[in-house]
Design a protein around this ligand. Structure first.
Ligand code: THU
Length: 141
């Protein structure tokens, strides 16, 4: 898939699963981790952090991204988003995370996540085709 080595995908999935070990999820008990591979080879991980108010919960994927930007700015794009959870369940990135990621992915970025029947790897453009943007898209005007 889009020139990403399967060993690299495995490493990222493992990194995401390790990150999920730090998840703060006392309410849902759903422990999520994410590992982002950037175009320069850097990897940043994150886990979900819940809050008793529920609505203030922050997903693993966004936490990984915000961590990366906080540490070194937004100059590098994401090539691979790997998601894992410690619940043995399917967990594709939620819609909010897809929208947020959409500003920071390369055009050929891929997403791997636990699907209903095993690991799935999809093009980011396939799982988030109509994100909100203020930029005109090709062919629209
Ligand atoms: N969660 C994530 O971390 N990433 C997602 O893409 C979807 C959901 C978290 C939020 C909450 O802490 C728990 O999973 C259950 O929804």
């Amino acid at each position: 898939m889009a020139g990403i080595d399967s060993t690299v995908l495995d490493q990222l999935r493992r990194a995401a699963l390790e990150a999920a070990a730090h998840a703060y999820a006392p309410y849902s008990k759903f422990y999520v981790g994410a590992a982002l591979l950037f175009e320069d080879g850097a990897v940043f991980t994150g886990c979900n952090v819940e809050n008793v108010s529920y609505g203030l919960t922050s997903c693993a994927e966004r936490n990984a991204l915000f961590r990366a930007i906080s540490e070194r700015g937004a100059g590098k794009k994401i090539r691979v988003i790997a998601v894992a959870n410690r619940n043995g369940a399917a967990s594709p990135p939620c819609g909010a995370c897809r929208q947020v990621m959409s500003e920071f992915v390369t055009p050929d970025a891929v997403v791997c996540f636990p699907g209903e029947s095993g690991p799935e790897t999809k093009a980011f453009a396939e799982i988030f085709p109509y994100g909100f943007t203020l930029e005109p898209r090709d062919g629209r005007r």
